[in-house]
Design a protein around this ligand. Sequence first.
Ligand code: PLP
Length: 424
Amino acid sequence: MTLSELPAAQLAAFLQDQRTAYDELVAQGLKLDLTRGKPSAAQLDLSEELLQLPNGHTAADGTDARNYGGLAGLLDLRAIFAELLGMETGQLVAGGNSSLTMMQQVLVHCLLHGAVDSERPWSADGPVKFICPVPGYDRHFTLLESYGIEMLTVPMNSDGPDASAIKALVADDPRIKGMWIVPTYANPSGAVCSQEVAAELTSMPTAAADFKIFWDNAYAFHHLTADETKSADVLSLASASGHPHRPILFASTSKITFAGAGVGFVGGSVENIAWYLKHLGNESIGPDKVNHLRHAQFFGDGDGVLAHMAKHREIIAPKFAQVQRVLTERLAGHGVASWNDPAGGYFVNLDVVDGTASRVVELAKGAGIALTPAGSSFPYHDDPNDRNIRLAPTMPPVADVTTAMQGVATCVLLAAAEKLSAAR
Ligand SMILES: Cc1ncc(COP(=O)(O)O)c(C=O)c1O
């Protein structure tokens, strides 16, 4: 019987049991954190050798990595990641330590200068709007918010964003200039955008001729199973449908090597890359090529990256397995929650009884378990159903993940019982 089907007396008893369980949880005095998608120390240790690299300072093409220049990044490293991301080396720029910064650069250049195929700066014609699949990555939304860009939400399905909803929006409104998508193992839903959905997004008619897909492939190689999903080939699809400049790709090694000292990438059509470099040239004389060289030597080639990712998987897959085990054991059958079992990425998406996500996070905090604030995966931090909670299990040791999830399950059950009791 689900919680909502329980007769009043049984629901009251259930609520009392959960209150007792919660009091016991608080008494444990936990101090656990499932908030941010950070690699654990054990994952960072996998790349410790980087601290001894590079050997020498000369790249394969003779470039002295120590000096200014080479705005597009070191060829050695671009070649490795271009192959992995399915493009020519000339279509990929290796930059600084953050792809999010590169997203901000591209956005601001579009706003102030216009994209490669714009007649005017995006900002010249009044307020700009963006499509935001939800739930999504909080920093994508706060970035748009900081520039006053209006966010239009569409559902994120298990095969990618709802293409029909997007098509209906972009067909008639020239102020809708772009959209976000995390195509592979999306943050936080774990969804993987299918080739079919990608084809719809690249081919759809848009009122804005310079519409852009910000294709943030932050988790392209971050598999949690042996089934190593390949990302949709958005660049080929876009070229084939006559919109070669529509997608701009982003990726980074933040969750491959060091989250604070990795390498970010921007990819796209040759024209998009020339446009990006033209603007980049005004703000930089060249990136940290020493870091590029150290990464190129560390990986050797694309297979080196994939072998390295398999080591990450060994460390974090057991944590994700604990999340599934505890959620299933504690919550399945009660009708109070649903969650995904991602095949990759950094998050588990937990949907609780409508109107209780904030309460669950509050209860968890009271028990010393830090969860990402409810609503974080929505623009303006506003989850209209107050239902969504993002769980990030990579950082704590596996035993702590298990303990934290037991606590979260108690909070989910208590919040659901409170809500249902109050509604009776
Ligand atoms: C979807 C997504 N994009 C980008 C980033 C940040 O990337 P970077 O470290 O390269 O700035 C994150 C980090 O959590 C992410 O989840």
